[in-house]
Write a protein that binds this ligand. Structure first.
Ligand code: ANZ
Ligand code: ZN
Length: 872
């Protein structure tokens, strides 16, 4: 037969699937549902190879579950708002909308060429007014429910780009794009009250047992619950500015209170501001340390710095013990109370700090088994377990007992009319600020009226759409400097008012799209609750680990907010979560250090070593480390090129082979060619099998000889292993089983002489099963083979084959062999073997003869399926 021609076959099958709309899922389908979702793409312009991996993983599962008889929902859409569209508008003078929809059209074509079983009838882009209309409605619902609020916050303001920057976008005190010195500005912005759910979002993680542990841990850490004590330290009046009489701190280690050496407050703390007003040097210091911004990583890695304010705090258990109060760069205003006491013995930051300012160390927790007298701490703080020392009434206690003791004493000690200590649970999680000074986002549907304050846009005036004639020739928010858009009449009083010109964080758009997919046709409401409640949660969500925190957490919050406002009746949107690994590739550099693409390089093996040269000109190239594919390293491969050269099935097969899906996979041309050869091999085998099948009896033979039986066992064994492998997303293991089974079939086909009718029948069965096994992975090739085998209809619509369980039973059994009760080895016999046969096999063993040492056998006891004991 001829070679399999993917270029001819693939578009043909894609057209057929489309015309018959076989992947469209119907909401009134009575079968049990299965919702597979891959994280939807940002329409950047081109699909990259990571998308191909992501969607292939989901597609295998979707096709498998469809064959298993589920009503599979497998939709696709576009996460279409965001900054790149505005940058394109600035750089290339194309409107964000035109740029975005052009990209969507191009990427949709690419996605189709991969042969994914997607339900395109549900497609939407988050920038469609028919989508964001509902998002605006839900924003207003959340506002009424107290889940959205306006809040004053200190934000990083870039005075050149005229925008708020995220902490991560402030580098060395400057805006990441403009390079301008960033200012801290107090601004009103909209926040979602995610912190109302902190405890719940944390607790519910336990129930997400089909999520990776690492993702749950990341979420746990992000929510960051800690139990501790608020302590009001009195300030020494002689040293403090007027009005400041006490300093409130939050600590998780009240047990270490007798190891305290200093107090530290944030540069934004009111006490710091009050002190700076009288001390220009302190004011300079504060201005200086604020330049590094407030990004956690930067703070964690920056050198610890402090400034002694001269203020003294009084130790809660000793009126004569005075602690210096520093302004320090590692204390954040946003956490706890923005103030701490420092205990250098048991906190590394505090230790670095006292070592710099010579404040001394007193250890107060001594590890078990260590002599307290010889326990000194110099460079490394001790944060382990132990017993209290140097701590007066705490001495000898465990850490937990000491914490409890301090809490009890300070809770019952009153100063003024409040206790000095108070137990508190703190969360690291902050409310979600959603205001962005951007044009290309979902408008926030409120109006600011000088008389009525903030007024919601009435429901019947939704959506608030973006003006299409915005210009991008000035920095700042194009909505804000649009000549007319923001000027409107107040819906309440009719007076002159202004629209909110901030738009929503694009994370809002992706926090509910999965629910919208359940009924994207509903024009009146974000969801049709009866449908959403039936089709949700997503049974298997698949995406990159880079979204393991924010996107998943926001989606979990938003689902709860939708529940609170009546749009869905569940808490958790994703029952199963899978984080896939990256596609990585080695890098190539010319002698001058410039990177070149894999397409420009040829790699040869010379003397066992891989050597690379430029294809044109033979210039030598250095093979660099394997890295994540990126434009800057030029180590990318273009899915279009791969599909044009090898076909989508080869690309899909390659993506699934070798590496477990949660690990990185190394792109390698050699192995892609291997996948391509495997496709041709399958094609030949199926064609040969089809020839043989012609001579096979129409109905199932009454009995099968050993040759036919062995092949049937290989087929059903593979079917069993692949079925359970796909359910667990162990795709690389499935592929290995398929290859093994392919070899078994090839071996039978390669035999000399004519095959018996029972074997011919088994060949037909095996080829049919083989084609069905590869169908989720290589659907185009499978359709083509399905025809060759003379099957009716599309394989994409066929049911998954039935496993014949009795073919899975092993036909041999291994028994432990003992001589006089002592193990001497084992013996493998046919499962059906009778005792005389087993006894003969056991007595023939050298180990048994040796153990008997010539003695006569008195008797042999056979414990069926388990043990044979020879008594000598
Ligand atoms: C004294 C102490 C002694 C502390 C010790 C730790 C170890 P988590 O677990 O993250 O809640 N802290 C409190 N507020 C802070 C702020 N705004 N900026 C920086 N650090 C702050 O951490 C709580 C601990 O972090 C608190 O307990 C406090 O230091 C510090 F041996 O108090 B601890
Ligand atoms: Zn008004």
């Amino acid at each position: 037969s001829e070679r399999y021609n993917a270029r001819d076959s693939e578009p043909r099958w894609q057209r057929q699937w489309d015309e018959k709309a076989i992947f469209a899922s119907k909401n009134d389908d009575p079968r049990p549902k299965y919702y597979v979702l891959e994280m939807f793409p940002y329409p950047s312009g081109r699909i990259h190879i990571g998308h191909v991996r992501n969607y292939t993983l989901g597609d295998v599962l979707a096709r498998f579950m469809r064959a298993k008889g589920f009503n599979v929902l497998h939709p696709m859409g576009w996460d279409a708002f965001g900054l790149p569209a505005e940058n394109a508008a600035i750089e290339r003078k194309v409107a964000p909308k035109a740029w975005t929809y052009d990209n969507i059209a191009a990427m949709k074509k690419q996605l189709r060429s991969i042969g994914l079983s997607l339900d395109w009838s549900r497609e939407f882009a988050t920038c469609d007014p028919s989508y964001y209309k509902h998002q605006q409605k839900m924003f207003l619902d959340m506002l009424r429910a107290g889940l959205a609020e306006r809040e004053k916050r200190k934000l990083n303001w870039d005075p050149v780009d005229m925008t708020v920057l995220a902490n991560e976008q402030v580098i060395d005190g400057r805006g990441w794009r403009s390079g301008a010195i960033v200012e801290q500005r107090e601004m009103s912005q909209w926040v979602f009250k995610i912190t109302k759910y902190s405890q719940e979002l944390l607790d519910a993680l336990d129930g997400l047992d089909r999520w990776p542990d690492k993702v749950r841990l990341m979420q746990r850490n992000w929510i960051g619950r800690s139990e501790g004590l608020l302590i009001r330290f009195a300030l020494d009046p002689a040293t403090t500015p007027a009005d400041e009489t006490e300093l409130k701190i939050f600590t998780t280690r009240p047990d270490t209170l007798f190891g305290a050496k200093f107090m530290a407050i944030s540069a934004d703390h009111p006490l710091a501001i009050a002190a700076a007003a009288k001390n220009p040097k302190l004011a300079d210091f504060i201005a200086d340390i604020k330049k590094i911004g407030t990004a956690q990583e930067i703070i964690d890695t920056a050198e610890k710095q402090g400034f002694d304010t001269g203020i003294k705090a009084v130790h809660p258990f000793d009126p004569n013990w005075k602690l210096p109060v520093y302004v320090a760069n590692f204390v954040l205003m946003e956490y706890g109370t923005g103030a701490i006491f420092g205990c250098p013995g048991h906190d590394q930051r505090d230790l670095d700090f006292v070592n710099k300012y010579n404040l001394g160390v007193t250890p107060v927790v001594c590890p078990e088994g260590q002599d307290p007298k010889s326990f000194v701490i110099t460079d490394t703080a001790y944060d382990g377990d132990g017993r209290m020392i140097n701590s007066r009434f705490l001495d000898g206690m465990t850490i937990d007992a000491a914490k409890e003791e301090i809490a009890k004493r300070l809770e019952s000690e009153m100063r003024g009319n409040a206790p000095v200590g108070e137990r508190q649970v703190n969360f690291r999680l902050r409310d979600w600020g959603i205001s962005r000074q951007r044009y290309w986002g979902c408008p926030i549907p409120v109006i600011h009226c000088p008389k009525c304050d903030v007024v919601s846009v009435p429901d019947d005036q939704l959506p608030v759409t973006l003006p299409e004639d915005a210009t991008f020739d000035k920095p700042g928010n194009a909505l804000d400097h649009h000549p007319t858009w923001k000027h409107v009449a107040c819906p309440k009083c009719g007076g002159k008012a202004q629209r909110e010109t901030d738009t929503m964080d694009t994370f809002v758009d992706s926090s509910w799209y999965f629910a919208r997919f359940t009924d994207p046709w509903n024009e009146k409401a974000p969801t049709t609750p009866a449908v959403a409640n039936r089709m949700m949660p997503v049974d298997q969500y698949i995406g990159g680990v880079e979204h393991a925190i924010l996107h998943l957490l926001y989606s979990r919050f938003f689902t709860r907010a939708m529940k609170a406002t009546g749009h869905i009746n569940m808490d958790e949107p994703f029952a199963g979560m899978f984080t896939q690994g990256m596609v990585v590739h080695e890098t190539y550099q010319k002698a001058d250090g410039t990177y070149v693409t894999p397409a420009e390089v040829k790699v040869e093996i010379v003397g066992g070593e891989r050597l690379a040269t430029m294809i044109y000109g033979d210039e030598p190239v250095t093979i660099g480390p394997i890295e994540k594919m990126s434009k800057s390293k030029k180590n990318t491969v273009d899915p279009d090129d791969i599909i044009a050269t090898y076909g989508a099935d080869v690309a899909r097969w390659f993506m699934l082979s070798d590496s477990p899906p949660d690990r990185d996979v190394i792109w390698s041309d050699e192995r892609v060619q291997g996948a391509s050869r495997f496709v041709q091999r399958l094609w030949r085998l199926v064609n040969e099998s089809a020839e043989i099948a012609k001579s096979a009896p129409g109905s199932r033979p009454a009995a099968f000889g050993p040759e036919a039986l062995a092949l049937r066992k290989a087929a059903h064994g593979a079917l069993d292993k692949v079925s359970s492998g796909i359910e667990r997303l162990h795709f690389n293991v499935c592929l290995a089983h398929i290859r093994e089974f392919t070899n078994a079939l090839a071996e039978v086909l390669g035999r000399e002489g004519k095959l018996g009718p029972d074997t011919a029948w088994a060949v037909r069965e095996a080829a049919t099963i083989l084609v069905q096994l590869i169908a989720p992975m290589m659907p185009h090739l499978a359709e083509e083979c399905w025809q060759v085998l003379g099957q009716q209809g599309l394989i994409s619509e066929a049911n998954w084959p039935q496993i014949e369980r009795d073919l899975l039973v092993e036909d041999t059994v291994t028994l432990v062999v003992q001589v006089n009760g002592k193990k001497r080895g084992d013996v493998t016999v046919p499962r059906v073997a009778q005792n005389p046969e087993i006894e003969a096999a056991v007595l023939a063993l050298d180990a048994v003869k040796l153990a008997l040492g010539g003695k006569a056998v008195r008797k042999i006891i056979v414990v069926p399926m388990r043990i044979v004991n020879v008594v000598g």
